[in-house]
Design a protein around this ligand. Structure first.
Ligand code: ADP
Ligand code: MG
Length: 509
């Protein structure tokens, strides 16, 4: 590859200088300098709302910057629109995938190519094989999970032979096996001289795949250099908020005393599309983790309980009352609320304010009835959650779409809680959220538990289940294949069960 051998003397593949960007009053990037050379993987880490995604969107030409310049191979580039960035060999796998929902996987990947379709398909098959990625190319994009959508975006980038590949928090929605496959691809690409910017909140990944690391905080790069110069502790120090109030509050764990309780939710032999004969109980003040790989049927299971998908058999009993097959609106009224995985499709009204998003669920429940809440009341409730959850906002009247992922998630959780449900279902509660916001979300989940709310939590992040769950069940190919008490839950046990590998104590499948 040109310039590769002469090393440091050649110009970086991508260099950015003095990039500034404000959204209204909110100055998000305050003069960013950064560069990547051929074969370098720059890990970009930093708190929620630091400006990482915004910077990447500027490089990709999705946003224009207010000031600064971008150089490619030493030459000033006029980006400013995605087609120019693509032509310059840059490809961004965004944090929130942007596929065309009604098109198939194949159509999404091959869009914009003029070459022979047979050739393209051959190349695609090769990339998929390298990735170890099995996906039916005829599926519609709107049937894919977030992890699958991200992998499709990645394939799009690979098909375009991108010279600078940007991955914005790719692993937050991926399972263990998918992460391994992705790392293999990243290492291969690195060897081929591709430059990468890899945004993550997992420090172990930095040391595993990156050559360089940068920390961004509040729109400024605060630390930068080759990974060898840093230890994990140094990076943690660099990431910690200066504000002491933000420090994690580690509370004593309150065990559930099952013998004294009646289950609040009973799921009996429930069958639906993608899962079969699922039986479990959920107790007040309990966090029940549902682990499993992408496609195991977990999302289908909880959306059936929530009345979104059709029940094909079995029963759902809430507080002794049979609510099987009720529509979502009724399920909500009965006291189950849901925080979806894909907050963009199901979670938020993007064009509405933070305040009305927080309280919108209340309007559907009997507690408020049909009367519209006045603005003051709305704002009061919203402000309470913003304070409790340390949501980073400028004004309650700002559009929800202006918040970073972690802060949007806090609003979605706030909305679910505003109805004071008996049961809250969380689907991948910290997907795409950085370490600081994640610890906030964890403490929110623990507060729920302490308040006696029953929490049903689907998570592909096994560490998350280990950290939070009182009890865990694993779902494999649509059936429960293991149940584990808090004492039994370990990363190993859950991982093996999620992949269908039997441990000593296996519930027969
Ligand atoms: P990160 O990716 O580091 O978590 P983001 O780049 O998503 O951070 O967000 C940085 C800041 O920019 C946040 O305060 C966010 O509210 C703001 N922001 C991001 N996108 C927009 C937008 N389209 N409009 C207004 N503000 C935005
Ligand atoms: Mg981001």
């Amino acid at each position: 590859m040109a310039g590769n051998g002469s090393g440091q003397s050649s110009a970086p593949r991508l260099q950015i200088r003095g990039i500034r960007k404000a959204f209204g009053q909110n100055v998000v990037l305050k003069g960013i300098d950064m560069s990547v050379r051929a074969g370098e993987v720059l890990a970009l880490i930093g708190g929620n709302g630091a400006g990482k995604s915004t910077l990447m969107k500027i490089i990709m030409g999705i946003y224009t910057c207010d000031d600064g310049e971008i150089l490619i191979d030493g030459q000033p580039a006029r980006l400013g629109k995605p087609s120019a960035s693509l032509a310059a060999g840059i490809y961004l796998v965004p944090q929130e995938p942007l596929l065309f929902p009604n098109m198939t996987v194949l159509e999404n990947i091959l869009m914009g190519f003029n070459e022979n379709e047979g050739e393209l398909k051959k190349r695609l098959a090769k990339h998929m094989e390298e990735l170890g990625f099995n996906l039916n190319l005829q599926r519609k994009a709107n049937t894919l999970s977030i992890a699958e959508q991200q992998l499709v975006e990645l394939l799009r980038g690979l098909m375009r032979n991108a010279q600078v590949l940007i991955l914005d928090e790719p692993t937050s929605a991926l399972t263990f096996g998918e992460v391994e496959a992705l790392f293999k691809v990243v290492k291969d690409l690195r060897r081929k001289g591709i430059s990468m910017i890899y945004i993550t909140h997992r420090l172990n990944e930095v040391f595993e795949i990156a050559t360089d690391v940068a920390i961004m905080r509040d729109g400024v790069i605060t630390l930068e250099g080759p990974v060898e110069k840093f230890t994990k502790e140094m990076l943690i120090q660099g990431l910690l908020p200066q504000d002491a109030a933000m420090q994690q509050n580690t509370r004593a764990y309150v065990p559930v005393r099952y013998e004294a309780l009646k289950p609040v939710l009973q799921v009996k032999n429930l069958t639906g599309y993608g899962f079969k004969n699922v039986t479990f109980d959920l107790y007040p003040g309990e966090i029940l983790g549902i682990a499993g790989v992408v496609g195991a049927g977990r999302t289908e299971l909880i959306s059936t309980i929530f009345g979104r998908d059709k029940t094909l058999g079995g029963q759902v009993i809430l507080d002794g009352k049979d609510i099987t097959g009720l529509p979502t609106k009724r399920v909500l009224q009965e006291g189950i609320n849901f925080v979806p995985e894909d907050r963009h499709c199901h979670g938020l009204f993007k064009i509405r304010s933070i305040s009305s998003n927080t309280t919108s669920a209340l309007l559907g429940t009997q507690k408020i009835g049909k009367v519209n809440m006045d603005r003051r009341q709305q704002k009061k409730i919203a402000q309470k959650y913003v304070d409790d959850f340390r949501t980073k906002i400028v004004s309650l009247e700002d559009l929800i779409g202006s918040l970073s992922g972690g802060n949007q998630q806090k609003v979605v959780i706030a909305r679910a809680l505003s109805t004071q449900p008996k049961v809250v279902i969380l689907d991948e509660p910290t997907r795409g959220i950085d370490a600081a916001a994640r610890s906030d979300v964890y403490s929110i989940i623990r507060q729920l538990k302490d308040a006696g709310v029953a929490v049903l939590m689907v998570s592909s992040d096994i560490e998350e289940v280990v950290e939070l769950a009182d009890r865990a069940i694993t779902v494999f190919q649509g059936r429960i294949n293991g149940e584990f008490s808090r004492e039994e839950i370990t990363q190993d046990v859950l991982t093996s069960a999620s992949f269908g590998i039997a441990q000593e104590r296996t519930v027969h499948a």
